[in-house]
Ligand binder design. Structure first.
Ligand code: C2E
Ligand code: MG
Ligand code: MG
Length: 561
């Protein structure tokens, strides 16, 4: 047993005067607290010094020397320097430092020590107060909402899963939609108040035994033992209702919540996977338009994972000079006599297992990730090289290349094309760009200006997939192009349907009336071809009836015959 006597503080000493406050403070703090009387060098320490470092008393007279052995030897100088600095500091100055301190488990962990000077009578430095906070202890509660954080959520869920092997229920993640707009519009202070209010409102609508946790960003989490999908939906409806109550003074803010839910043990049996799947479901709810709940769907998730995997593979393939991409060429013929006039270059990609992937599976992803930009350059470069080869046999051979709007929006696109045409010395009038419309065009002036430049260079412009998606009749009004390509959708049934026959005939008449040529795509049978040639006066035809998309060698082989 330690026999060291507790040093006497002195009745009128500053330490004695603050003891009551000090005790109140230390009872609610996890940090190590100390106050040193600058005259006597007596120090008052919080109880956790005794608990963690075996100090014999709360009052010591050689604080620096007592603490130093617990500090990592490389950091002791930092500690000494900081104490010296604060002892010679003026009022209102503070000194902070970081060092490694031994913890109960025998490891050194990083701590931050912050010290300030306390003034006595006649503005004289009387004592110094300090706080040592461990930086490696995760904070348990969120300081805006007061809710417990992700680490506590995980621990509680872990306990629930371990409590009973037959445990079942739901894990729900709620995300506030567009909340950052609120903070940006009304400021962070209002944002914090609104967030606190939302957390409170949601807590109020939950059954009393369900706890709400604050995850990162503007997300909340909870788990609901025994809950079935219907119950989760009902609870989410009340969450949606309480979101409507969040208002500012002008009643102008409108904030909604989306949610994702997973069910254990069916969807997953471990905490990390359950939480991740719930966030995946939340993402789905947001994609589907927000203000709704989605349950985790394994198939959707696997598809997403496949896309991510493919995206990585494509990224690698682009880094190696578009190694696994290749182009196929499909003949385009003159409708009048079926004579070959050119080809459309169609992109393909070799998957890891050597199988060939069609563009519909990866073009949208290339566009979304903007990888279409480097791949687009590669496509044009290679289509031009091939066109030059074909032109050795047929000088006027026309090469059509698909261009996505994203490519058009890129500043370096035009200079690249111009340079490519020059380098390969190709006649630009033998090139056609087919604009494949993946999203709505808002800036028509820009698009037309771009096309104007390509026109001036001599390149022809075609509007692809006319009549589908965004490529509608409104285009004819805005769009400066030479050729309209009518999608296969309008051809498929012409042999069976009188209506479809009339429709395509009048579409072609309309295009001709406004001075555009027409290429009809997807012709698979002779009957279709004959109708388009004899009754509709189509200008060009492209379809399996005249040839499938083939690699350069196969195409050349066929076309030389
Ligand atoms: P698209 O530009 O309209 O190309 C025509 C598509 O119709 C091609 O599909 C072609 O194989 C198919 N097709 C042609 N004739 C027939 C037929 O008689 N019957 C049937 N059932 N289909 C026929 P593919 O190669 O799968 O390409 C699909 C789409 O992917 C293209 O539609 C185009 O929008 C896009 N795409 C292809 N290559 C590229 C490219 O290099 N860049 C960009 N941005 N998009 C491309
Ligand atoms: Mg096309
Ligand atoms: Mg098309």
């Amino acid at each position: 047993m330690d026999t060291k006597a507790t040093p006497y503080i002195g009745e009128n000493s500053p330490l004695n005067r603050i003891t009551t406050y000090f005790n109140a403070l230390q009872s609610s703090a996890e940090e190590y607290l100390f106050v040193i009387d600058l005259e006597t060098e007596m120090a008052l320490l919080s109880d956790n010094f005794i608990r963690d470092f075996n100090f014999s008393s709360n009052v010591v007279d050689d604080f620096d020397n007592l603490v130093e052995p617990f500090i990592h030897y490389e950091d002791r100088e930092i500690f000494e320097d900081a104490l010296n600095a604060i002892r010679s500091a003026n009022a209102e100055e503070t000194v902070d430092c970081e060092f490694r301190l031994l913890s109960k488990d025998g490891e050194h962990g990083w701590v931050r020590m912050s010290m300030a000077i306390g003034m006595g009578e006649f503005e004289r430095p009387e004592f110094l107060s300090g706080v040592i906070a461990r930086m490696d202890i995760p904070v348990k509660a969120d300081n805006i909402t007061g809710l417990l954080k992700r680490n506590v959520f995980y621990a509680a869920l872990q306990q629930e899963l371990e409590s009973d092997p037959r445990a079942h229920g739901a894990v729900v993640v709620i995300g506030l939609d567009n909340f950052h707009v609120i903070t940006e519009t009304y400021g962070h202070r209002f944002g914090d108040t609104a967030l606190r209010q939302i957390a409170q409102n949601i807590t109020n609508v939950l059954p009393p035994d369900i706890k709400l946790y604050k995850l990162d960003g503007y997300m909340f989490g909870m788990f609901m033992p025994y809950a079935m999908p219907e119950e989760v939906e009902i609870i989410f409806s009340s969450v949606q209702l309480c979101m409507r109550e969040i208002r500012n003074v002008d009643d102008t803010i409108y904030c909604t919540a989306s949610a994702g839910a997973t069910f254990y043990p069916d969807d997953a049996k471990d905490v990390i996977t359950l939480a991740r799947y719930s966030e995946v479901a939340l993402e789905l709810a947001r994609k589907r338009g927000r203000d709704q709940i989605c349950f985790f769907e394994k198939e959707e998730y696997d598809r997403w994972r496949y896309d991510i995997g493919m995206q990585n593979l494509m990224q690698n393939s682009i880094a190696r000079g578009c190694e696994d991409f290749f182009l196929c060429y499909q003949p385009q013929v003159d409708a009048k006599d079926g004579r070959l006039v050119g080809a459309e270059a169609l992109l393909r990609w070799y998957d890891q297992d050597g199988s060939i992937v069609a563009p519909m599976q990866f073009i949208p992803m290339l566009e979304k990730s903007r990888m279409i930009i480097p791949v687009g350059h590669w496509i044009i470069e290679n289509a031009v090289i091939t066109a030059k080869k074909f032109q050795e046999f047929m000088p006027n051979f026309q090469m059509s290349v698909n261009i996505s709007l994203y490519q058009l929006e890129e500043r370096m696109f035009y200079p690249f094309v111009e340079d490519c045409v020059r380098r390969h010395a190709i006649d630009p009038t033998t090139l056609t760009f087919e604009l494949t419309e993946s999203h709505q065009i808002y800036d028509w002036d820009f698009v037309n200006k771009q096309f104007g430049e390509f026109h001036d260079l001599g390149i022809k412009i075609a509007m692809d997939d006319f009549g589908t998606g965004y490529s509608t009749i409104g285009f004819l009004k805005n769009f400066n192009c030479d050729l309209i390509k009518i999608d296969r959708m309008f051809v498929e049934n012409i042999l069976k349907s009188e209506y479809d026959r009339k429709l395509i005939k009048h579409m072609i008449m309309l295009c001709h009336a406004v001075g555009m040529e027409v290429c009809v795509e997807g012709i698979e049978q002779e009957g279709e071809y004959l109708y388009l040639r004899d009754e509709c006066g189509a200008d060009q035809i492209q379809g399996f009836f005249f040839g499938y998309p083939e690699t350069e060698d196969v195409f050349l082989e066929r076309f030389k015959k």
